[in-house]
Design a protein around this ligand. Structure first.
Ligand code: GDP
Length: 526
């Protein structure tokens, strides 16, 4: 095992949350601990504030920020941490889902006032698909939120995961006094807007000592004793393996904006979060400690400079060592490629790197060779799996508004859909082009970028489809189906057949009438 040490010191994760729960704030505090930034306010929120129909500047701003903060890499206590950013806006949820395929664990931020929200639920579903280990940070304890036991109950029920609190809050809102660390048996006192440090930490050898009453008052001390007794009875010690298997999520309480409870979170994170894990391919499972390099592309970002058509592909290294100026096999295209300027995202500067190890994310300049999910190896013909394309929910027909620019439009739409901005379906045996997205905002992005980057103007005609399903099965049966349902059968970019259903009723009827055909809701069905 050549690179054991390098692997052991890496952790790659993402912070996920419903917008406004405090992801940006928490990210910033973590980066401050890692010394990656010096001042608060350096991390810009990348959320799109409004849903304006023509706010292109906002889209551009979003793109600029999101490339700058796509990966944040910092060192803390000798551990190299790769923090992958995930867009908060739900219209870009697919981007987030794909990013989650490149991490080994996540920190989920829950707002103590709002509890579990829509995006929290969706994001956790994706984590559950992959059994990704989760640590929960319950934020905004300085506000009057839901009661801690109620919050735990709600999260367990709604997200279908067992929780295990590692700290416990003493009151909340204006009365918030701090948290009790259930494992170190120490009390961390809360002072708004101050860095929590050792001075604020009081060791409590036994929860019954009067020191506790002195620090938080008799009433709260009594309540804490009662809570802790209950918690000890219910939870016992954290089983790290259950966490690593994604069955149990440790929970921390705190206030990100006050930098309270964040250090405890980070210290525990580096102790228990998994090292870079292996990944499945269509041929075999790849272990991180294999000598030979392999990795996959999980995100593609267009260059911000409209004069250059090149893009940045984000590669997650899965095994071995990636080296600059070395030929690797692009297994889908079956060709050898090499990179003279691969870069890492250390601190805020992009810097060219010589090599990278499992868990690392490398930015590669791409002139149109990559699609999401593409695999690079030292020659072995395999393809990483588990990077699904989800069934889109909004469908529009692409209308060319400038016949002189047909070529540009075709090229543009092809490249943008490679990037994963949307999905392109082409009429089976025809030329109609349908774009499928999960959010309206993506159509705006496409229209805007086609014009800016490719000089092509288009319009979108809304279509009344409910869902797109990939269909597989007996060849003869498929042919019959396609013949009868010509209007509803499309091909995706890889030539797979896709059935577009007008409604749930149609979908169910077709499924009943065609028992020999399988209908899939993600493209990962190989
Ligand atoms: P994101 O959308 O999840 O990235 O959320 P942000 O980090 O941008 O935070 C949303 C809002 O919540 C901002 O106004 C923050 O200042 C505020 N916020 C973050 N953490 C806390 C906290 O611990 N307490 C309170 N009261 N507000 C917070």
């Amino acid at each position: 095992m050549k690179y054991e040490k390098e692997i052991a010191r890496r952790r790659t994760f993402a912070i996920i949350s419903h917008p406004d729960a405090g992801k940006t704030t928490l990210t910033e505090k973590l980066l401050l601990f890692g010394g990656a930034i010096q001042v608060a306010g350096a991390v810009k929120s990348n959320k799109i504030k409004k849903h304006a129909t023509s706010d292109f500047m906002e889209i551009e701003r979003q793109r600029g920020i999101s490339v700058a903060t796509s990966v944040m890499c910092f060192e803390y206590k000798n551990i190299l941490i790769n923090l992958l950013d995930t867009p908060g806006h739900k219209d870009f949820a697919e981007d987030t889902y794909r990013t989650l395929t490149a991490v080994d664990s996540v920190i989920l931020v829950v707002d103590s006032v709002n509890g579990v929200e829509e995006q929290t639920r969706r994001l956790m579903e994706v984590c559950r698909m992959r059994d990704t280990p989760v640590i929960v940070f319950i934020n905004k304890m300085d506000r009057d939120g839901k009661l801690p036991f109620d919050l735990l109950d709600e999260i367990e029920k709604e997200l279908n995961i067992r929780l295990h609190p590692l700290t416990w809050p003493i009151n909340m809102g204006k009365e918030f006094k701090g948290v009790y660390n259930l494992y170190e048996k120490s009390l961390q006192l809360f002072t708004p807007n101050q860095k929590s440090d050792e001075e604020n930490t009081v060791q409590i050898p036994d929860i019954n000592v009067s020191l506790l009453d002195q620090k938080v008052g008799e009433r709260d001390a009594a309540q804490l004793r009662e809570d802790v007794e209950l918690l000890d009875g219910v939870y016992g010690a954290l089983d790290k393996n259950e966490y690593l298997q994604g069955k149990v999520a440790p929970v921390f309480f705190g206030s990100a904006v006050n930098n309270f409870g964040v250090k405890e979170l980070l210290d525990t994170f580096i102790q228990i979060a998994p090292e870079p894990l292996g990944r499945s391919t269509d041929k075999r499972f790849v272990e991180p400690d294999e000598d030979k390099f392999s990795g996959f592309i999980f995100k593609i970002h267009a260059n911000l400079d409209p004069r250059h058509r090149d893009r940045i592909a984000f590669l997650r290294v899965c095994s071995g060592r990636f080296q600059r100026n070395t030929f690797y096999k692009h297994t889908r295209l079956e060709k050898d490629v090499r990179f003279s300027n691969p870069y890492s995202f250390m601190a805020r500067e992009k810097e060219v790197i010589e090599d990278a190890y499992p868990g690392d994310v490398v930015g590669l300049f791409d002139t149109g060779n990559f699609k999401i999910g593409d695999t690079l190896t030292e020659g072995e013909m395999m393809q990483f799996t588990g990077i699904p394309t989800f069934s889109p929910e909004i469908f529009k027909e692409l209308i060319n508004k400038d016949p002189m620019k047909t070529k540009q439009l075709e090229k543009g739409i092809s490249q943008l859909t490679d990037e994963g901005v949307a999905q392109l379906f082409t009429q089976h045996g025809g030329n109609r082009k349908i774009i499928g997205c999960v959010g309206e905002l993506q159509f705006e992005v496409i229209q805007y970028r086609l014009l800016q980057e490719y000089g092509a103007s288009c319009a979108f005609m809304p279509l009344n489809f409910y869902k797109a399903c990939w269909i597989t099965g007996d060849r003869k049966k498929l042919e019959d189906f396609v013949r009868f349902k010509q209007q509803n059968v499309m091909e995706d970019k890889d030539g797979n057949l896709v059935y577009l259903a007008q409604s749930e009723w149609f979908l169910n009827t077709e499924r009943q009438n065609n028992p020999d055909i399988e209908f899939h809701f993600t493209s990962e069905f190989k």
